[in-house]
Write a protein that binds this ligand. Sequence first.
Ligand code: NAD
Length: 497
Amino acid sequence: MTPQDNSDATNSDATINTMQQQFDIMRTASRQDQYVDWSIRSARLKKLEQLVMDNQSEIITAIHADFGQRPAAETTMLELFPTLEAIRYTQKHGKAWSAKQPVKTGIWFLPARSYIQPQPLGLVGIIAPWNYPLYLVIAPLAAALVAGNRAMLKVSEASPNFEQWLADALPKYFAADEVTLITGGVEVAQAFSQLPFDHLFFTGSTAVGKHIMKAAAQNLTPVTLELGGKSPVVVTPSADVAKTVNRVWTGKTMNAGQTCIAPDYVLMQADKKHAFIEQSTAWLDAHYPNLADNPDYSFIINPKQASRVQGYLDEAKQRGATLIPLTDYEVNIETGFFPPIIVTDLPSDAKLLTEEIFAPVLPLVSYQDLTQAVAYVNERDRPLALYVFGEDKADTDYVLAHTVSGGACINETIFHIAQQNLPFGGVGASGMGRYHGKYSFDTFSHPKAVFKQSHLNFAHLLQPPYGKTFWNMMKVILKLIIRLSIFYFFLSQCFCL
Ligand code: NAD
């Protein structure tokens, strides 16, 4: 161990101790104030909105510094806009979501009443990645707050400028026992995931997601895992190539492909490939002219990530794949400048077809008929998103019906994430649980089941000693159940219910 390593370890230990103390304080506060009135939730959401509104240029600058280059337009469109939209949507609907929800009471128990009382879980943990550092920590935080929780946050060590900004700004808006940020590296993140939170919300890779679930299991802490993976594009025979190229590359070049739902690879019929490649080059020229000096294009976050992707390309080349750069520019591992490239003729076990790419590298995979394309998707992990392109509804319906993915778009990429009424989350290896809109509230609430007995009730007839009245009642009830089910069956047949 070098002296530097030693001091890093000591710093982590100190942070972990402070984190534990902070956890204890916040947990106690959450137990003391179990009822969190809407006025408190609403005031917290207002503070969150203010935190983002007041610091827009600081946020843009910090994220730009972390990426080396992240256009202000992308940070505004892909982070500030959806973050504020999420806060405002929860602010608008939160009061109604947190109200008691009456539900039907079983016929045998009438005139009693039943209702669901949503309650805060208490203290929740939120772990976020670096690719959209603002949105992926603040949108879950808005969800935690609208549901009446307190929250501890851990953002990625790979976005240190953003982390520093948040560490400075957060205490100006929130009391330390309401919302707090824990800073530090992976050891701190590991210790964070071991805290007995009332819920742990993790966004990150599938590999780390497994560690999170294991750590949470020790405390029986429920988890939401928003993970990654390979999101395919299925180009059906009737697809318009120009439209497909436009939407696929728009999704793939946003944040230089560092988007969890970026199109990862494209399945298409071999006879469409040539047009797709030609039009991809034209699309790039039109939208990102002079790419090397184009301020609208993001860089890869750090040399580690850039080398990982370059390694995938080197392996592909070595194994006989064809690399088709869309520009004449070279990759720069140090700065993170990574020009878009198409790869064809890949062996099916090449890293570009087995690992999440997370960069502007687009493998094309051929299929002969659509059933083959669907089988290709189904043989692999369930994707976070699937994009299907085509003008023939029967084909696009077929693809959606025969594949399972977290979300999907028809003739589009990415945009499903921006819909507040659609749940956002993965399935299988791409995650568990969901959020956005009302789903966010549900994720961070406990729906307490409440049964309110009426003064007039027959409960005393259903207790021992079980005499004649009890048995006569049970006989009537059992007979009625059978008759009622026959009656409902006929009713449903007559009225196609
Ligand atoms: P990552 O999994 O490496 O890290 C995510 C977070 O986990 C970071 O804050 C990190 O500090 C922490 N962490 C790392 N190791 C840990 C451990 N052993 N225990 C506890 N915490 C640990 O992911 P990343 O590289 O920051 O982000 C990229 C990945 O995130 C991609 O796979 C991408 O698809 C995925 N992602 C998913 C979504 C989604 O909404 N589903 C959104 C964005 C990114």
